[in-house]
Design a protein around this ligand. Structure first.
Ligand code: ATP
Length: 461
């Protein structure tokens, strides 16, 4: 069970420099956040772990980094211009603007305002979530020939590069393309810290398969992601699968399973404690068909007269040409970071009866792996030795030197940000060339000789 709620993480994040409210000195900008010195390291560690698992450890996935602003036709034929919207309602009583699909209903099935409890709401109308911009030196801001969008997902950049990657990497099905990048959605109701924001980062895989293999591949990715999510420190007790119903499925999806995390442990109703961490969809052959020049509708008209390519695949073993099915595991960096912090958060009472926060991050996730601390900062030989040790360790692991407080305070600070080990240089170190290594989780200390320190830490990490 998760011990922390989002509020606990918000205050830890602000206090210790993981995440700050964006544009704060100008009053902020609704639901925007900046990642501080520790937050950027944690986010990078999450991305590194995902990339390494997906691209390096498998032999069937290539990486990609596509543009954020794409030709408008991408969003026309993907369906985003017409269907990428949320049902927007206004509360006539408190004037709140809300997403109808996120509201509870009363006993009569009427939607209830989440702000004031009224059922006096307007009818829903679709609100398109794509941020609009214009390209080039246009004369009018609403010039339709200059209209472009900030991408609301990284996926489309992958679909339109399918043939490029296929031809240049000489891949055969099944294979995937992975991408990490920013996405933008003009969300109606952003909130809950970094859970839902208008600017966020996604890690997406589009895995191309022979249609008969899609069901099996889909389940393999669902199982695979459970293992990866566990591997970065999130326990199964706080995870749940959710099978989208026929009514909830996107029009192109045959099956979508969301992996939910217990983001709201404080809620009484256990079912409401969980919300989406990621989605894994079987998107059928929809995407490659709609971006291809050849497919026709029932009346024999090309569904995409603007595309110059056919994104079908020729199977040399069977001499068949077809549009591959796509399995899409899509996960947000920001939601993952929040879940990793929530799952790692623990409190422990010391022998003075004081409560201490320990962020029990997996070493792979920890922003700092080791902090080297001088026991006496007024003794130049100790300071010099500590700084030298930090320099020696740094090429192998992220290490910091800190002398800005008494040793108890320094330990507490490192515990709170999840640093697995503290190395203390004391008076004896000058004599015996050994240091004290303190474990974050057990607070146990052992004496290690400087010659074996790096090996010892590397093994333990
Ligand atoms: P939700 O309904 O929770 O807004 P979604 O179902 O629209 O999410 P997808 O389109 O499936 O989300 O996006 C894939 C993943 O990208 C999500 O599971 C989530 O991790 C992340 N994500 C999507 N929208 C946001 C957002 N506004 N802020 C932060 N992360 C997001």
């Amino acid at each position: 069970m998760s011990a922390a709620n989002i509020e606990t993480i918000v205050s830890l994040s602000k206090r210790r420099g993981f995440v700050y409210p964006a544009s704060d000195i100008y009053g902020g900008l609704g639901s925007s956040w900046d990642y501080g010195p520790l937050g950027v390291e944690l986010a990078n560690n999450i991305k590194k772990s995902w990339w390494s698992w997906v691209v390096y450890e498998r032999d069937d996935v290539e990486g990609l980094d596509s543009s954020i602003v794409l030709n408008r036709n991408v969003w026309k034929y993907s369906g985003h211009e017409t269907t990428f919207s949320d049902p927007l309602v206004d509360c006539r009583d408190c004037k709140a603007r809300l997403r109808q699909d996120k509201l509870d209903t009363d006993a009569n099935g009427k939607f209830v305002c989440s702000n004031c409890g009224s059922t006096n709401l307007t009818d829903p109308r679709p609100f398109n979530l794509m941020f609009r911009t214009t390209i080039g030196a246009v004369s009018a801001d609403d010039d339709p020939t200059a209209l472009a969008y900030l991408r609301p997902e990284t996926a489309q950049g992958i679909f339109i590069n399918f043939k490029n990657v296929l031809d240049t990497s000489r891949r055969k099905l099944p294979f995937g393309i992975a991408q990490i990048g920013k996405a933008f959605r003009n969300e109606v109701t952003p909130g809950n810290f970094i859970f839902r924001t208008r600017e966020f980062e996604q890690m997406e895989i589009e895995y191309f398969v022979n249609p008969p293999d899609a069901g099996r591949a889909h389940q393999e990715w669902i199982d695979g992601f459970h293992s990866w999510i566990n591997s970065i420190g999130i326990s199964d007790a706080n995870l749940k699968d959710y099978e989208q119903t026929k009514e909830e499925l996107a029009h192109y999806s045959e099956r979508t399973v969301d992996i939910l995390y217990r983001f709201f442990p404080e809620r009484d109703d256990e079912a409401k404690q969980f919300d989406e961490l990621m989605g894994i969809a079987n998107r059928t052959d929809y995407d490659l068909r709609v971006h291809s020049k050849k497919p026709e509708d029932a009346e024999g008209k090309r569904i995409n007269p603007d595309s110059t390519e056919d994104l079908s695949y020729f199977d040399t073993a069977t001499n068949e040409r077809f549009y591959p099915y796509i399995i899409e595991p899509s996960i947000g960096v920001n939601r993952t970071l929040l879940a990793v912090m929530m799952d790692a958060y623990t409190e422990k009472t010391n022998d003075k009866g004081e409560t201490r926060v320990i962020l029990k991050l997996k070493p792979e996730m920890a922003p700092i792996k080791v902090a080297v601390l001088p026991l006496a900062k007024n003794k130049p030989e100790i300071v010099e030795m500590a700084k030298r040790l930090k320099k020696d360790l740094q090429p192998s692991m992220r290490a910091v030197y800190d002398d800005t407080g008494g040793i108890g305070k320094l330990y507490a600070r490192q515990d709170e940000i999840g640093t697995p080990f503290c190395v203390t240089v004391d008076h004896e170190s000058l004599e015996d060339n050994a240091v004290t290594v303190r474990d974050r989780d057990t607070w146990e200390q052992e004496r290690i000789s400087v010659e074996t320190l790096k090996d010892h830490l590397q093994r333990s990490l």
